[in-house]
Design a protein around this ligand. Structure first.
Ligand SMILES: [Zn+2]
Length: 231
């Protein structure tokens, strides 16, 4: 995987096949992680858990690491996300969405994984750069899906055009904590359904209608509710 040049390790990775989008993102993250690591020739490799001074893994430090952003900036939205009862992959998806860490095309462009602005166009409308805010809120199919949802819920409110503010807003006065929790769950389900639809459009072609996305989202939310009741 590399050779020593003037007592410095020069990495040289070779792949047997082309990397997928997801693997490209992981690969990019790994490159950043090892970028400033200095190896010493002849020293044995060993494992070290960076967040503990002794280098030993502990569940407590891992929990703090995962909770980091919420502890760091005390934004209540992170507390709501990680304390919700939705499946953990959904919580992680929403957390990444709020932090702008989804592998949307604007992020891939920013990281140099794709190199032309043309490639970073929204795969659903081809009208502008694909960002999480555009894809999940502003793209015409997404805006129509949200509009249908709120009409169905009987809620009339101004909705912000960024994901963090959008989901944070689901803490309506006049609603109980449980009701707001259900509204946030529906928000998560719609955002997730839009993301799945986007991925299917990219990898398999064709995209769903707003009605089909909303139907799938509500069905997903219903399954999560059933799972909650079984706990
Ligand atoms: Zn679009």
């Amino acid at each position: 995987m590399g050779e020593w040049v003037n007592q410095k390790k020069a990495w040289c990775f070779k792949w047997r096949r082309a990397l997928s989008f997801r693997e490209q993102v992981i690969w990019e993250e790994m490159c950043r992680a090892i970028e400033h690591v200095s190896l010493v020739e002849g020293n044995e490799d060993s494992w070290k858990w960076k967040t503990e001074t002794g280098g030993c893994y502990s569940v407590k430090s891992a929990y703090k690491l995962l909770q980091g952003p919420s502890l760091g900036n005390a934004d209540p939205i992170f507390h709501l996300i990680w304390n919700s009862k939705e499946p953990s992959n959904i919580c992680a998806f929403i957390w990444k969405t709020v932090l702008h860490r989804l592998p949307t095309l604007d992020n891939l462009l920013h990281r140099g994984i794709i190199t032309s602005v043309h490639e970073a166009c929204c795969p659903l409308c081809s009208q502008c750069l694909e960002s999480a805010n555009h894809l999940l809120l502003e793209c015409s199919i997404s805006a129509t899906t949200w509009s249908k949802l709120y009409r169905w819920l009987g809620i009339f409110t101004e909705l912000p055009n960024n994901c963090r503010a959008h989901v944070s807003q689901h803490n309506f006065s006049g609603f109980s904590a449980n009701q707001n929790g259900v509204l946030r769950m529906v928000w998560y389900a719609v955002a997730w359904a839009l993301w799945i639809n986007r991925n299917q459009t990219i990898f398999r072609g064709g995209n769903l209608t707003a009605e089909a996305i909303l139907e799938g989202a509500l069905l997903g939310a219903w399954h999560w509710m059933l799972a909650r009741e079984e706990e």
